[in-house]
Design a protein around this ligand. Structure first.
Ligand code: E4P
Length: 220
């Protein structure tokens, strides 16, 4: 399973990239606004210089023509940009054109299996179903991931990867992995939670204490 970080914060991206466990980055207009950066293109360029894997950069327009023009601009920033388009008729039209042209496309704001089928038919590289936002309205986000994985697995010609988005907890990540989802895009705080377990902390403290009792050091 690939891990993308869901942020436009450069410090978080740098520190997580340094772990060697990061496979990509997703951004969206809200995350860009939160980052405080005033030059979106430069921000994406900088993120793409830190991470080798796909960097999702989202279009701002909702109409077809301006969206396509923006998608072309974003695709030129770096070869590993995944242009992010909304799951709308205009977004899927742009997806088809850009995908046919060899650009990675991430179709975002997916909330149903029917929408995920359309994204695959449009040649999306990634489809982003939002699990947390479905949970927020009393639906089961992980059921949607299970449905999409089942459908995509039934059609080997669908090459679209399931990119689990709107992740709120390590449980979402583990459940998605059990279902065989290709990617999870995870907020930095949740990635850090993945490392933690109280028994790891307790066990390490004990090992450190016991090692001191040996009076030894490991030659380096
Ligand atoms: C990722 O591509 C999405 O934009 C993101 O995961 C949305 O997450 P949120 O529902 O926490 O805003």
């Amino acid at each position: 399973m690939k891990f993308f970080v869901d942020t436009a914060n450069l410090d978080d991206i740098k520190s997580l990239a340094a772990t060697g466990l990061l496979d990509g980055v997703t951004t969206n207009p809200s995350l860009v606004a939160k980052s405080g950066h005033s030059n979106f293109i430069e921000l994406i360029r900088e993120i793409a210089s830190i991470v080798d894997g796909p960097v999702s950069a989202e279009v701002a327009s909702t109409d077809f023509e301006p969206m396509l023009a923006e998608a072309k601009t974003l695709a030129k920033i770096a070869p590993h940009i995944a242009v992010k388009v909304p799951l709308t008729p205009a977004g899927l039209k742009v997806c088809k054109i850009m995908s046919d042209d060899g650009t990675m496309v991430n179709v975002t704001l997916c909330f149903s299996a029917a929408q995920a089928i359309l994204a695959a038919k449009a040649g999306a590289t990634f489809v982003s179903p939002f699990v947390g936002r479905l949970d927020d309205i009393g639906q089961n986000g992980m059921e949607l991931i299970a449905d999409i994985c089942t459908i995509y697995n039934a059609y080997p010609k669908f090459r679209t990867e399931v990119l689990v988005a709107s992740v709120r907890s390590p449980t979402h990540v583990v459940e998605a992995a059990k279902m065989g989802a290709d990617v999870a895009t995870i907020p930095p705080s949740v990635i850090r939670q993945l490392f933690g377990h109280p028994l790891t902390d307790k066990g390490l403290a004990q090992f450190v204490e016991d090692w001191k009792k040996t009076g030894q050091t490991i030659p380096v």
